[in-house]
Write a protein that binds this ligand. Structure first.
Ligand code: PLP
Length: 374
């Protein structure tokens, strides 16, 4: 049985072109980028070319891109270093952020180095911008706003430019978790003022365990990992050359093919929405599908005795989807995002997330098979 992978917000399969670029480097480049001899210089050039690719994609300077082990590290770095090194004493965030942000905020609260305030979320799961303005106006403390660009569970999109402008006007720093949107939506850092943003290669058909953080030139922070002088003293440790090369190749492809991929994915999602509504009129959607990432659809199924087994039954039928965020243990313990939006609901949520590799036939098969599981 060939499987149908509709869990592309959790991760995406490695693009064969990316694999090719990585294996080429694995086979031929073993130099340590910190060495000054030819092998070292070759490896250094690979990393700096990759940095240039990322900086070009975001329209920022190469000195503002730092490679990390992924989105989690990038987000930890932005939040914790802005408190430690930039004098931030207040962070405004939202209850719908990814756990790597929420748990970093817990750690900051525990250390009592900054206070954390949560912005209000409206009924559709969007950040209430008036509440953000109110919170910003209420204090003169040095503040960092940390809000995600697209929610990984319901897909809701933040109006990035508007939030950046609100933060700029209030003199606040702005960190945006762009892990779900990197490569999918254009981001122009010359036009949109951000202090930090984060990316993770495995969300855009690159390898796992590599990502990056953008840190704007106005924000000089101290090392996140103490060690050698790698990443311009910001993150010690011999660089993950293969991962970095893979990340850059994957981002280059994602940017070059963005419109084509987006069109295909939008078509799949629209078809899914139309078909599921026509076949099972009692389904609903979490969040605001009309103003969401085109790859994510969070479907709310009515309460039923078989509901708890829905994900397992999908899996047994060769369909991979997710109950909430699949980024931590893989155990469906209920989602903090759905819990916040619908605290008393007994309905069952399945997140379907699409890729340009999926087909209309796959969607039709999923809709047909769902019938026996509800
Ligand atoms: N932020 C968001 C919105 C995510 O969906 C994820 C998913 O894993 C992360 C951060 C963490 O990224 P990584 O898996 O690279 O640590």
């Amino acid at each position: 049985m060939s499987r149908i992978f509709l869990d592309n917000s959790a991760t995406t399969p490695l693009d064969p072109v990316v694999l090719g670029a990585m294996t080429e480097v694995m086979a031929n480049n073993y130099g340590n980028p910190s060495s000054i001899h030819a092998e070292g210089r070759q490896a250094r050039a690979l990393i700096e070319n990759a940095r240039k690719t990322v900086a070009n994609a975001l329209n920022c300077s190469i000195g503002e891109i730092f490679f990390t082990s992924g989105g989690t590290e990038a987000n930890n770095m932005a939040l914790k270093n802005s408190v430690r090194d930039l004098g931030v004493t207040r962070i405004i965030s939202s209850p719908l952020e990814h756990h790597c942000v929420l748990h970093s905020l817990d750690a900051i609260k525990m250390a009592e180095t900054a206070t954390v305030e949560m912005v209000k979320i409206d009924a559709k799961g969007h950040v209430e911008l008036d509440d953000l303005r109110r919170l910003l106006a209420a204090s003169n403390e040095k503040t960092l706003v940390s809000l995600m660009h697209a929610n990984n569970e319901i897909g809701n999109l933040l109006p990035l430019e508007e939030v950046a402008a609100i933060c700029e006007e209030a003199g606040a720093l702005f960190h945006c978790d762009t892990v779900q949107t990197m490569g999918y939506f254009p981001i122009d850092l010359a036009a949109t003022r951000l202090s930090f943003l984060s990316g993770s290669a495995h969300k855009f058909y690159g390898p796992k365990g590599v990502g990056f953080v953008y840190i704007s030139n106005d924000n000089i922070i101290k090392p996140y990992l103490d060690g050698g002088a790698q990443e311009r003293n910001m993150r010690g440790g011999t660089e993950n050359i293969y991962g970095i090369v893979g990340l850059a190749k994957a981002l280059e492809l994602a940017v070059a093919e963005r419109e084509e991929r987006a069109g295909k994915i939008r078509n799949l999602k629209d078809h899914f929405i139309r078909s599921i509504k026509a076949t099972y009129p009692e389904v609903a959607f979490n969040g605001d599908p009309d103003n969401a990432h085109y790859k994510v659809l969070s479907v709310s199924f009515p309460e039923s005795s078989k509901g708890d087994l829905l994900l397992m039954n999908l899996d047994l039928n060769g369909i991979s989807a997710s109950g909430g965020s699949a980024c931590s243990s893989g155990i469906d313990v209920g989602s903090h995002v759905i819990g916040h939006l619908h605290p008393d609901s007994k309905r069952h949520t399945v997140r379907f997330s699409f890729s340009h590799h999926n087909t209309i036939e796959e969607v039709d098969e999923v809709i047909a098979k769902l019938g026996g599981m509800l």
